[in-house]
Design a binder for this molecule. Structure first.
Ligand code: SAH
Ligand code: SF4
Ligand code: F3S
Length: 450
């Protein structure tokens, strides 16, 4: 690493979900507070951090090969390479043999100890491993707070870990048991974020519906408090587990004006037999009933989901049931994946008997249906006036601004007057281009959500 006369620089490459993206922001915050400077590329960086995801084999391999790419930087100029995140937590000490050229392997809970880890890296020559999990009674949530933020929408961790042990999923093994953060701590962080210029918070947890803080507050109560006290315009949350989705939550989303009309509810499979084997604890009928009730109770709701194809023993008839549920619920958007066996999980002991070509075929068929439904969902928003929270200049057109609807749809619009990020504007949607809506400033009488 460079000497004290030059500012030390760091580069972070992030894989995986919003939790990892958020963890990377916290790592940046800690490093910046210690005098480090962020660098947009790894070429000159003194410290290279690969924040990894192990939810499927593909992102795991990508992270390991990314870490391997920086060998030259280590050898030629003494850069340090840290493998962080879920692959690090999963592999621990063994990774030092498997992926040579790592200076440290640190799990998600080690972020709290980053200052000490950096000190050790400066003095120690031997690689360091820190995959200690947080104390459940005293979990460490590093809040993301600065006096000013240029981010309009900021994630806020409300809970960590997961107790569900879905049979395919590695997350409980790499993120530990579930623990919820105190309502008052969350309120404090959100207040500070609002004072720094943030306009929207996204509450993060693997299963926000089972949020239960140490003082006994549940998730709908947290939403109530935030809606009442927090000076942000919008409140979002992700993700919800169907088995824990309560009437109280449905009521909260429909009643609380700052809470946006978007729920991400993982279906995973439409076959009750497969759901059982996945340990999801709901049937096809339970899911469909809850989803349709949500649609009825919350006008304009965007319902999104995750689906896995090719889980062990999934037959064509099981897959057809998934297509049936997808069609009936008419998801607005979805992420879909081919099943990938993960170490330690229950499903990894089952025979992975749907061959890769068949998984790919099912994925293609599913994605065709999902695309059709997404287009229909977007078309319904055309010619309507939608409230957009402006986030930034559009990526596709530098004369256009970009923002999101309450139901989490990106809308671009050209404008002749200055519109600043953070403003809320009315937009008449004119057209759909790909997965993006385009519109213009103004209102018409079509303001009701479809
Ligand atoms: N806690 C979230 C999911 C987090 S993981 C929830 O329950 O909704 C994100 C998604 O990755 C899962 O919803 C699932 O669809 C997918 N996934 C997880 N493990 C997988 C595996 N082994 N193979 C394929 N997809 C997987
Ligand atoms: Fe994984 Fe299931 Fe937990 Fe989601 S709820 S993180 S899919 S174990
Ligand atoms: Fe997220 Fe991947 Fe870890 S999905 S919790 S970064 S395994």
């Amino acid at each position: 690493m460079s000497d004290n006369s030059n500012p030390k620089t760091f580069y972070i490459r992030t894989f995986g979900c919003q939790m990892n993206v958020h963890d990377s922001s916290r790592i940046s915050q800690i490093l910046t507070s210690l005098g480090w400077q962020a660098s947009p590329n790894a070429k000159e960086a003194d410290l290279i951090i690969v924040n990894s995801c192990s939810v499927r084999a593909k992102p795991e391999h990508k992270a390991l090969s990314e870490a391997g790419r920086h060998q030259q930087a280590r050898k030629s100029r003494g850069a340090k390479v840290i493998l962080a995140g879920c692959v690090a937590q999963q592999g621990g000490q063994q990774l030092l043999q498997k992926a040579s050229g790592l200076d440290a392997v640190i799990g998600p809970d080690a972020i709290c100890r980053l200052p000490q880890i950096l000190q050790q890296l400066q003095t120690n020559r031997t690689p360091l491993v820190d995959i200690d999990e947080h104390d459940l009674k005293n979990p460490c949530f590093v809040p993301l707070v600065s006096s000013k933020t240029d981010q309009i929408s900021v994630p806020v961790t409300i809970m960590k870990g997961c107790n569900n042990f879905c049979s395919y999923c590695i997350v409980p093994y790499v993120r530990g048991r579930e623990s919820s953060r105190e309502v008052d701590d969350i309120l404090d962080e959100v207040r500070q974020l609002a004072a720094a210029g943030c306009r929207e918070v996204v509450l993060l947890g693997q299963n926000v519906n089972s949020y239960h803080d140490p003082s006994g507050h549940d998730f709908p109560e947290l939403l109530d408090e935030l809606n009442r006290q927090a000076a942000v315009e919008r409140i979002r949350f992700t993700t919800s587990h169907p088995k824990d989705l309560s009437v109280a939550l449905t009521k909260a989303v429909s009643r609380l004006d700052r809470v946006c009309e978007h729920i991400h509810l993982g279906l995973q499979s439409g076959s009750t037999r497969i759901l059982k084997s996945m340990n999801r604890d709901y049937s096809q009928e339970d899911f469909t009933k809850k989803a349709l009730e949500l649609r009825k109770a919350i006008p304009g709701l965007s319902l999104t989901t995750d689906i896995i194809v090719g889980f062990p023993s999934e037959t064509w008839a099981d897959f057809q049931k998934t297509l049936d549920v997808v069609e009936e619920v008419a998801f607005d958007q979805a992420f879909s994946f081919m099943y990938s066996p993960r170490p330690k999980t229950l499903a990894s002991k089952m025979v992975d008997d749907v061959v890769a070509e068949e998984k790919a075929r099912r994925l293609l068929i599913l994605q065709e249906l999902l695309n059709k439904l997404e287009s229909a969902s977007l078309a319904k928003l055309c010619n309507r006036t939608l409230q957009i929270l402006v986030e930034k200049t559009s990526r596709r057109d530098e004369n256009a601004m970009s923002g999101r609807t309450r139901c989490n749809r990106v809308v671009n619009f050209e404008t002749h007057r200055t519109v600043l990020p953070g403003e809320t504007v009315d937009i008449i949607v004119d057209q759909v281009r790909g997965h993006t809506l385009w519109g213009r400033l103004g209102t018409n009488n079509m303001t009701e959500l479809p």
